[in-house]
Write a protein that binds this ligand. Structure first.
Ligand SMILES: CC(C)(COP(=O)(O)OP(=O)(O)OC[C@H]1O[C@@H](n2cnc3c(N)ncnc32)[C@H](O)[C@@H]1OP(=O)(O)O)[C@@H](O)C(=O)NCCC(=O)NCCS
Length: 171
């Protein structure tokens, strides 16, 4: 982020962005996220308690950086950011399918950037699946982010018959 404070987002009428301030809000945020991420690569549905316990032990965890975008009072899109020692971090971003394409993710990102900048961060990072079917990469780019590098993930499924694996002998 350059020296200027990022411009505030332009919200459509009936749309509001607010901090997920209480436990009920954070449960609403989690529900939106699960809907948004359902069917996406590497996503495994989790109960709120498991999600919350995982987030709490993350570097830079701060519930005052959890936002909900509401449309006519209904939670529609969410963002979870972190304030890590070296930079701000976008941990989670999701918009429910029926609310996509109206700038909610864009506005959430600008909101997070402005707050992280106010807290002294000059850089904000995110990990994104570059093959994301909903063009998440384009949404991050439209908000001013640039790719620093790309990594491939490889995997092989290993099936074991008989319940035990013989160690490989090196002669
Ligand atoms: C990626 C995702 C968060 C985008 O959410 P969204 O709210 O639809 O995003 P936006 O509306 O801000 O931007 C999407 C499109 O709407 C357009 N748009 C429409 N109205 C807009 C407005 N008023 N302001 C800004 N953009 C607007 C944008 O230009 C963008 O177009 P593009 O896809 O051609 O680039 C959403 O599709 C999602 O939840 N995907 C699944 C979860 C996921 O992949 N999350 C990211 C993991 S890292």
């Amino acid at each position: 982020m350059n020296g200027k404070r990022p411009s505030p987002p332009q919200l459509r009428a009936g749309t509001e962005i607010r901090i997920a301030a209480c436990d009920d809000d954070r449960r609403r945020l989690h529900a939106v996220l699960e809907e948004a991420l359902s069917g996406h690569w590497n996503h495994h549905r989790r109960a709120f308690e498991e999600f919350w316990a995982d987030q709490r032990q993350r570097d830079g965890h701060d519930p005052s950086l959890w936002w909900i975008a509401e449309v006519e009072g209904t939670p529609a899109a969410v963002l979870v950011a972190r304030s890590q020692p070296d930079r701000g971090w976008i941990a989670w971003l999701g918009t429910e399918q029926r609310y996509r394409g109206r700038g909610l993710a864009h506005c959430l990102l600008l909101t997070a950037f402005a707050e992280l900048k106010a807290r002294g961060h000059h850089m904000v990072g995110v990990d994104v699946d570059s093959a994301n079917a909903t063009n998440a990469t384009g949404v991050y780019e439209a908000a001013g982010m640039r790719a620093l590098g790309q990594a491939d993930q490889w995997q092989r499924d290993i099936t074991v018959s008989g319940g035990s694996v013989e160690p490989l002998r090196v002669r």
